[in-house]
Design a protein around this ligand. Structure first.
Ligand SMILES: [Zn+2]
Length: 415
């Protein structure tokens, strides 16, 4: 038989049209979250898996949000590689889409549609890689598992979180995920979001009688200004992370916008919501603020909370409630899978992607929390969450090739 890697690349080339149709059809299967009903898209993937005689089962802790788990053993014992991708996508509003958000239209070398970059391209790459490696499983070592999950976009409990808690057979020894990263970066970690709600209450009164009550909205505006001090908390990342980030600045800024390399190492504060007041001529007696604080690797939640509590000691009118928290996560920036990804991208495209920390969150963190090395390599996040979201077909096929070859490299090595 020919060199297996050449064979795998030949299959991608021969199946080019089928792979494009597969992604475009996946986009047509609507699955916005909220509400998060993914049944149509799960059926679509199951048809593909069935047609290629691939082993899989459905795990549905919620009837509208099934998860697909497929797994097979290879010819010889070895390590266990796991793929993870989510099926649900952001919802669609009244944005002026040029082609319908659920059309999967292929035009000028691009596939358009809601969720095509985040992350149907990456999930399709996982499913396709699973199929190709199954064909040559006798030549490989270890075990391969595919997890295609629901309930990611709202950080819900019925998708990857459920699998990680209740099905330890999906943990494995290494995880590969195709969330958007740009072809130029490999993500080995991510920042951690801490969402906090502040409630401000005062008696309130007629707008002409400002001597009778403090204004809840004015207190809110002072509090928002004071909260900014959390962004001054310095990160103290582990040495390997610090070293990995040195030299990644230019690539990160190019990929995610000028300033991204600074944002990645800093605590950031976003006041995502302010709600207060009833009418222009009333002194508001109530205001609510929701703050989205992002922790870089090397900052712990108690450091943030101590600072917030210090601020709140000056505001007796304010109560605080945590809405959501995921700690920052990271794994070895020089791990084996990183080396495979780098050398395959170098061979395919002539450049080496850089290992970076991601600004946004992904399910990959759940594997890192269990000390399983977990990496993200996917397409560019073009117009992600906006109208006219699209993926470049060549970039999609590049992600497929990179996943196929890197998974092959990992599984062709004996334990
Ligand atoms: Zn995503």
């Amino acid at each position: 038989m020919a060199n297996p890697k050449e064979q795998l690349l030949r299959w991608v080339d021969e199946d080019r049209n089928e792979l494009i149709d597969f992604l475009s059809g996946f986009v047509r299967a609507r699955c916005p979250n909220p509400p998060g009903d993914t049944k149509e898209a799960v059926n679509y993937l199951c048809q593909f898996l069935g047609a290629h005689q691939l082993p899989y089962r459905i795990i549905s802790p919620h009837s509208d949000m099934p998860n697909i788990v497929g797994s097979f053993d290879c010819g010889s014992p070895g390590r266990h590689l796991v793929f993870n991708g989510h099926i649900d996508v952001f919802p669609v509003g009244n944005e002026p889409w040029t082609y319908g958000p659920w059309s999967g239209t292929l035009v000028n070398g691009r596939i358009y549609g809601r969720g095509v970059t985040d992350m149907k391209c990456g999930t399709a790459a996982s499913v396709i890689t699973f199929a190709y490696l199954h064909r040559i499983r006798d030549q490989l070592n270890g075990r391969l598992t595919l997890t295609a999950v629901s309930d990611e976009e709202t950080s819900g409990p019925y998708g990857a979180r459920y699998l990680m808690e209740h099905h330890p057979e999906v943990h494995g020894d290494c995880l590969l995920n195709g969330e958007p990263s740009t072809p130029y970066t490999i993500r080995f970690g991510e920042k951690g979001p801490l969402w906090v709600r502040f409630g401000i209450r005062t008696p309130g009164c007629h707008g002409a009688y400002t001597h009778l009550s403090e204004s809840a909205t004015k207190i809110a505006s002072r509090l928002i200004t004071d909260l900014e001090t959390v962004t001054g908390i310095e990160a103290n990342p582990p040495e390997s992370v610090r070293k990995a980030l040195i030299g990644s600045e230019a690539t990160l800024d190019k990929a995610l916008g000028q300033g991204a390399s600074e944002t990645v190492q800093k605590v950031t504060l976003n006041i995502g919501m302010v709600k207060g007041g009833l009418k222009v001529n009333m002194v508001p007696g109530h205001c609510e603020i929701e703050a989205d604080i992002r922790l870089p690797v090397g900052v712990e939640k108690p450091q943030i909370m101590r600072e917030v509590e210090k601020i709140l000691s000056r505001y007796p009118q304010v109560t605080m409630e945590e809405i959501n928290f995921s700690p920052p996560s990271w794994c070895d920036p020089n791990g084996e899978m990183v080396q495979h990804l780098k050398s395959n991208v170098k061979a395919l495209r002539g450049f080496e992607p850089v290992a970076v920390i991601s600004l946004g969150g992904t399910d990959a963190r759940l594997w890192r929390y269990k000390n399983i090395p977990s990496y993200v390599y996917g397409p560019s996040p073009i117009r992600m969450g906006s109208f006219d979201e699209y993926v470049d077909v060549e970039e999609y096929l590049h992600v497929v090739r990179t996943h196929v070859l890197s998974a092959y490299d990992y599984m062709s090595r004996a334990r």
